[in-house]
Design a protein around this ligand. Structure first.
Ligand code: MG
Length: 366
């Protein structure tokens, strides 16, 4: 089992809404992200040590019910003041906002101790294999995007799909790259009949898994899909925490789990989920939320933890933004990303870049 993470109580909290344009708009079944807006959390102690967190809720509540505008308010009005007071805000939901605050408070504690997040999590030494995520597009567009990723060094791919943009794209990529590791992610866009038809149509394409073909809460449907087809099912939106994943396992609704620390409520919650998966012998891997550098570094540490170290949906910084707040995390020639050495999560924002990208700033009062 994993050791508990240190969490500091900060003396001061600053929140910033930061906006950076994405290099390429990202299209999935839940919508298009063209500008990445995040909340950056700066947690400081009276000793001058600073920890950093990042909230990666999307710009609209189309992926989960959480969104940036809501995260901003819940952090500024409820979660932030409670963290300064060392109390529980009693907030239901808002896992990505809570995760950002936890990240900053864990980072503060670890920087104070001179320890890395990877060490505190029990992560392995090795780099993280990056699974390149390619958005929805025409067959030609997707083939061109995959070609660019393969040329950059990626060995593993995940293609976003939705009804009407699925089998032809997957078959074309498999035909062009017979040896590549290919998975598909539907972001919950199929009904059961559609998912059964999809699973049968892609049966010969040697996919690693199909992620979230049905809506997140539909565990009975996912179990039925697994009974009727041979496709391996990964749960993403449906894996909201330990209890939900335990229920999904009891129902036979999954083969592996996409563990996004932000979506499950933070680093400690992700590790509890990891412990469950290891206990049940179920595979896990880390997903991405178009993170900027602070959260990208933190999730990379999680993605190196045994049990969560399947190829991660975490790409190089340059695939997302050109002027990140922190130094870029770039792909090695073998398609891997190194885990930042720390202390804490490792990279810190450049003050000038942070100021330039900030559109709103607030100091949270106790
Ligand atoms: Mg997904």
């Amino acid at each position: 089992m994993t050791s508990s993470l240190p969490v500091a109580t900060p003396d001061r909290l600053e929140l910033r809404r930061v906006r950076l344009p994405l290099v390429v708009p990202r299209r999935a079944a839940h919508g298009v992200e063209a500008v990445r807006e995040v909340v950056v959390v700066r947690a400081s102690g009276a000793d001058g040590v600073v920890g950093w967190g990042e909230c990666d809720a999307l710009s609209l509540p189309t992926y989960t019910s959480e969104w940036q505008a809501g995260a901003w308010r819940v952090l500024a009005e409820l979660l932030g003041p409670a963290a300064l007071a060392g109390t529980d805000a009693g907030v239901v939901g808002h896992p990505m906002a809570a995760a950002a605050l936890e990240m900053a408070c864990v980072d503060l504690a670890l920087r104070r101790d001179g320890r890395s997040l990877a060490e505190a999590l029990g992560a392995g030494d090795g780099p993280v294999t990056s699974r390149a995520v390619v958005g929805i597009g025409s067959v030609d567009e997707v083939l061109a995007a995959v070609d660019a990723r393969i040329t950059a060094g990626h060995r593993a791919l995940k293609l976003k799909i939705q009804p009407g943009h699925d089998v032809a794209v997957l078959a074309a990529v498999r035909s062009a790259w017979p040896g590549a590791s290919v998975a598909a992610d539907a972001n919950g866009s199929y009904d059961l009949d559609g998912a059964v038809a999809l699973a049968r149509a892609v049966d010969g394409l040697d996919l690693e898994y199909v992620e979230q073909p049905l809506a997140g809460p539909d565990l009975l449907g996912a179990a039925e899909l697994r009974r009727r087809t041979g496709v391996r099912i990964a749960l993403d939106e449906g894996a909201t925490g330990v209890d939900q994943v335990a229920s999904a396992l009891a129902l036979g609704a999954l083969d592996l789990v996409n563990v996004k620390p932000a979506r499950v409520g933070g680093l400690a919650a992700a590790m509890r989920l990891r412990d469950l998966l290891v206990d049940r012998g179920v595979g896990g891997f880390c997903g991405g939320m178009y993170e900027l550098g602070i959260a990208r570094a933190a999730v990379l540490a999680v993605a190196a933890v045994p049990g969560l170290d399947g190829p991660a949906d975490l790409g190089p910084t340059s695939g997302y933004v050109t002027d990140d707040l922190t130094p870029g995390l770039e792909l090695a020639a073998d398609g891997t990303l190194a885990v930042p050495p720390g202390p804490g999560i490792g990279p810190e924002p450049d003050p000038g870049r942070l100021d330039a990208a900030t559109v709103e700033h607030v100091v949270v009062e106790p």
